[in-house]
Design a protein around this ligand. Structure first.
Ligand code: THG
Length: 265
């Protein structure tokens, strides 16, 4: 599982305050904690700051990279904010995300064309959020096609079929999972990703929903996710699910995690 740590998101109160105060120590700690817990990428999102998003996103990238070698997942719908963050990022970042929305697509594609940058391809278009598997696949097809034609390796693309709340429509869980299965079959070598916790929005006991959904999605091939890596139960659950899905030779990773004490407590 490619773990994208979600905690540096300005929609969270403590993070919003830390960004406004330019509290590098507070942000650095959240970055370091997530890296130590096993995050492969540190997501940075300053989306609530209209007008100041480019400046803040840039500062977040610099601040995170002062304390960890992990690359960032630059999380913004605004190509200008992404460009600002890219200008200071060291190593190979992940862009979160490109979509089929015309303006976003046309501005981002030339920025990433021919590079080694990892990119999340979010299944969203100017028609809004897709409701069905067929609509999600139609968008995924166009995005993967466009990105590959622009010179990106299929291995650097993470299709995100877009998790929407089960409380809004009872078909959204199955639609997401079926899309994962189809994407993995349609584009050999591709990765997938998602903002997992959207599934439980508006429901009680969200952690149960999130954990079970993660297991179901891993069974169908999900191999990347944006979530809280400090949630030890979720991390242990992910490692067990990947072994059960046949993606952990000789259960080596599972056994290693056990020896490291991940399943205690
Ligand atoms: N796909 C992609 N990127 C995404 C999303 C997605 N980025 C944003 C979001 N969705 C995923 N990131 C987060 C970050 C933080 C929280 C949830 C999703 C979070 N939520 C608290 C909760 O669920 O309880 C509420 C906020 C709070 O702590 O106050 O922390 O779908 N590509």
């Amino acid at each position: 599982m490619i773990v994208i740590g979600e905690l540096i998101n300005a929609s969270r109160k403590a993070i919003k305050a830390a960004i406004e105060a330019k509290d590098a120590e507070a942000i650095g700690k959240v970055a370091r904690d997530q890296a130590e817990a096993g995050a492969d990428y540190i997501d940075v999102n300053a989306g609530i700051f209209v007008g100041k998003e480019p400046e803040y996103l840039k500062w977040l990238v610099e601040t995170v990279q002062q304390v960890t070698d992990k690359p960032c997942a630059i999380d913004s719908p605004d190509p200008l904010a992404i460009e600002a963050a890219l200008s200071v990022h060291k190593g190979i970042p992940m862009i979160n995300s490109i979509s089929l929305e015309k303006e976003r697509y046309e501005k981002l594609l030339p920025i990433i064309a021919g590079t080694d940058i990892k990119v999340i391809a979010l299944c969203m278009s100017d028609k809004g959020m897709p409701q069905t598997v067929a609509h999600r696949m139609e968008i995924a097809d166009k995005l993967v096609d466009g990105l590959v034609n622009a010179g990106l390796a299929v291995e650097n693309i993470f299709v995100d079929p877009l998790v929407q709340p089960l409380s809004v429509d009872i078909s959204f869980g199955v639609a997401f999972i079926e899309t994962i299965e189809k994407v993995v079959a349609a584009f050999p070598g591709i990765h997938t990703a998602c903002g997992l916790s959207n599934i439980s929005y508006g429901l009680p006991a969200r952690r149960f929903m999130n954990q079970t959904f993660m297991t179901m999605a891993i069974a169908k091939g999900l191999d990347g996710a944006i979530f809280n890596p400090l949630d030890k139960q979720m991390m242990a659950n992910v490692i067990a699910a990947e072994a059960l899905a046949g993606r952990d030779n000789f259960c080596m990773n599972y056994i290693k995690a056990f020896r490291a004490g991940m399943f205690e407590g």
